[in-house]
Design a protein around this ligand. Structure first.
Ligand SMILES: C[S@@+](CC[C@H](N)C(=O)[O-])C[C@H]1O[C@@H](n2cnc3c(N)ncnc32)[C@H](O)[C@@H]1O
Length: 268
């Protein structure tokens, strides 16, 4: 595969309206795989777009109107109950974040109840999850870092942080093979590993090897985007066991209606 073809493919894919906000690193990673696998350049472009849709676009079924969303946030920011309602409403725009809404009142309060003080949080492949901030039972000055592949979504989240008074920052990053290595008290890896493993079967292992978190919250969906869920809990529980195998982790399991979660203490 020539470097020239990869450059050309990356450029071509990034010209598409649905892909131009995606970090070029991920487009290149998937493009290189597809150029090696497919019979023609055209097929490789198509397959790259399909894969990018699977791991990202599929969660944003309708185009999110960020300008209007910010307006709604600004309008309600002054009064707390309404602000929560707005956040709740806006989180519906990301299919994966939406699945957590029915359990949001219990999710973080239950899981994080007995943790030692948390000052820094890293939300990896965050989607619109940072908008759950008003439900997070952590100190108001907690430092929150949100990472995903879409620049427009991250700009919106950064604006949200400012409106909500969150000590937050965002990072556009392909976390496959390139995990943030700074130390965090709590790292959220919510429903992310199965998504990354559609691109690289070892992505979960490599990511967890590279991260430096005192506590990890790793979760899995209990139903697919299409709504089928048979056997998923069992499969993902086994997948997590394989990931945890041989690591000196202390693990607590939480079964929610729409999500299977594992809270991991990495330091004994
Ligand atoms: C299943 S969703 C989970 C979203 C969020 N963690 C939640 O549970 O609400 C997967 C997310 O991973 C992001 N993503 C996909 N591939 C990625 C990569 N290589 N690096 C960083 N983020 C990625 C997608 O844009 C999407 O927001």
């Amino acid at each position: 595969m020539s470097e020239e073809f990869l450059e050309l493919l990356t450029e071509q894919v990034l010209r598409g309206a649905k892909y131009r906000e995606i970090t070029p690193g991920l487009v290149r990673r998937i493009g290189a795989q597809e150029l090696a696998k497919r019979r023609s350049f055209k097929e490789a472009v198509k397959a790259t777009k399909n894969k990018l849709h699977q791991v990202g676009g599929a969660y944003q079924q309708t185009k999110i109107n960020y300008e209007k969303s910010l307006e709604m946030l600004r309008e309600t920011a002054v009064s707390h109950p309404n602000f929560r309602t707005t956040c709740h409403q806006l989180m519906q725009a990301h299919a994966s974040t939406r699945e957590r809404l029915s359990i949001l009142d219990e999710f973080y309060t239950t899981i994080l109840a007995d943790l030692p003080p948390v000052r820094t949080v890293l939300d990896l492949a965050c989607g619109l999850n940072p908008l759950m901030y008003p439900w997070l039972p952590l100190p108001e000055d907690v430092q929150f870092t949100a990472v995903d592949i879409y620049s427009d979504m991250l700009t919106f989240i950064q604006d949200f942080f400012e409106i909500a008074g969150v000590n937050g920052r965002t990072q556009q990053r392909d976390i496959i093979g390139n995990p943030p290595t700074e130390k965090y008290d709590l790292i959220l890896l919510l429903k992310t590993i199965p998504c990354l493993e559609q691109v690289d079967k070892l992505a979960g292992e490599k990511l967890v090897d590279g991260l430096n978190g005192r506590t990890l919250l790793i979760s899995y969906p209990t139903q697919s985007l299409g709504g089928r869920g048979k056997g998923m809990v069992e499969n993902y529980a086994q997948q997590f066991e394989r990931l945890a195998n041989g690591r000196n982790w202390q693990v607590q399991r939480f079964d929610f209606a729409t999500e299977l979660a594992f809270l991991v203490q990495t330091e004994q």
